[in-house]
Design a protein around this ligand. Structure first.
Ligand code: ZN
Length: 436
């Protein structure tokens, strides 16, 4: 955790607390619309009272897109010719292809097979499949189960409904001392999977509580819990001018709860402030990590960074979606995401925010070097490590020209960001520098 002087943090979620929220939300059958989305937003609002639940309507258009109808499911199952319910949506909501149209039919094995999805190389796993914009139906089963299906005939029932209505999302603004904004976005549209994507909403809930316990914040925080893709497209359409004017950096929060890796997906520009912060943070953390170019994108940064939108939004993750074998399967579960993984994910995001908050420009007030000894900033030569300390301090001072920000200076001086900040804080305390 990066510490910031003059700021008291009152709230830090434990990994267990974050994990308990994830356990609560896990069973809900989420999709890009419908009851699961409503229940998820209600749960989040219960923890974050200031959350505003907003909506756009089915059949409304945003740019090239039309919002889909609201999808709900009462039940979905397959019964074999012995009367056994062999596939049941109630046992695992991944069994049903998202946005499946209703069906109630007795059919042959040959007719059923093209509607079954399975992963041969992960025989235990139920895959996650959706068909939002093409009317279809289907079931997902583990390869092990697929092999034991029998010859049929099968009774196939999907009691789903489509109707016009509201597609909901959550929004929360946390005011800072400036109108400049940091956008933090996550999605709330995946059914029972933990890393992709419940770790995102859960960490964002923790981050909101943490941000609200700051004594002061430089940035205003725009927090959104949206259905992926369609949600970000509508959000951008409804807020484009504000976003373009005020958003200075942002992150899509997802895949933040495993213990395998750390990752950063760059913005399309690749050199914006958030790119610099994320890369430096991962370097300073001294953990195994991967930096991905924008071409490896896969979430709402696609919309936020689109030509003409061009918001500086990247994605800091633990293991990136698509890069872990459990991704989009039933193996992405409550064991794969751990309290420790979530706590590390929280620390990653909160550290990036702290860097954004503190990455300022300062100017030294003296011409030629300040006399450090008379200010108690020059250690006794006998002190251990004092030579390196003096060197670091002088190097930092040399770049306090009002042109370089803290991040630039830490890189020029080959210092950790935190160490650089510590030196600057000391100089600030001696009234040797002014903020630009
Ligand atoms: Zn996903």
């Amino acid at each position: 955790m990066i510490k910031q002087k003059n700021v008291n943090f009152h709230y830090h979620p434990s990994g267990e607390e974050l994990h308990s929220w994830l356990i609560d939300l896990f069973p809900i059958n989420r999709s890009i619309s419908g009851e699961g989305q409503f229940l998820t937003l209600q749960y989040i609002k219960n923890k974050l009272k200031a959350l505003k639940i907003k909506s756009f309507k089915s059949n409304d258009t945003a740019f090239d897109w039309t919002a889909p109808e609201i999808w709900n499911v009462k039940e979905a199952y397959v019964i074999d010719n012995f009367g056994n319910k062999i596939i049941d949506f109630r046992k695992n909501n991944l069994h049903l292809v998202g946005y499946s149209v209703p069906i109630n039919e007795i059919m042959s094995r040959e007719k059923l097979i093209p509607h079954l999805h399975t992963i041969e190389k992960l025989p235990e796993a139920i895959p996650y499949v959706t068909s939002y914009y093409k009317k279809n139906w289907g079931f997902c089963v583990s390869y092990n189960q697929y092999k034991t299906l029998g010859n049929g005939p099968f009774k196939v029932v999907i009691d789903s409904s489509f109707e016009k209505g509201d597609i909901q999302y959550g929004e929360l603004l946390i005011k800072g001392s400036t109108k400049n904004e940091i956008l933090l976005s996550t999605y709330i549209c995946h059914p029972s999977m933990a890393n992709d994507n419940l770790s995102g909403p859960v960490i964002l809930m923790g981050i909101v509580k943490w941000l609200m316990s700051f004594e002061n914040r430089r940035y205003t925080y725009r927090i959104i819990f949206i259905p992926e893709t369609i949600g970000s497209i509508f959000y951008i359409k409804n807020n484009l001018n504000k976003l373009k004017k005020y958003v200075k950096a942002g992150l899509v929060l997802t895949c933040l709860g495993d213990e395998l890796n750390y990752s950063y997906l760059c913005t399309r520009n690749g050199e914006s402030n958030i790119d610099r912060v994320a890369k430096k943070l991962l370097k300073d953390l001294n953990v195994k990590h991967s930096i991905y170019p924008f071409t490896k994108n896969g979430s709402d940064e696609r919309q936020f960074c689109f030509p003409g939108i061009d918001l500086p939004i990247g994605s800091l993750m633990k293991s990136k979606y698509g890069e872990f074998k459990e991704y989009h399967t039933s193996l992405d579960n409550l064991d794969f995401v751990t309290p420790k993984g979530l706590k590390d994910g929280f620390n990653l995001i909160s550290s990036a925010i702290t860097m954004l908050e503190t990455n300022l420009k300062y100017k030294i007030t003296t011409l030629c070097e300040p006399q450090l000894g008379k200010r108690g900033l020059y250690p006794q030569s006998s002190e251990l490590g004092s030579e390196a300390m003096v060197r670091d301090q002088m190097n930092v001072i040399a770049y306090l020209d009002g042109e370089h920000d803290v991040l630039d200076i830490s890189e020029k001086c080959q210092l950790d960001y935190l160490k650089t900040l510590e030196i600057i804080d000391k100089l600030k305390g001696s009234q040797l520098i002014i903020e630009i």
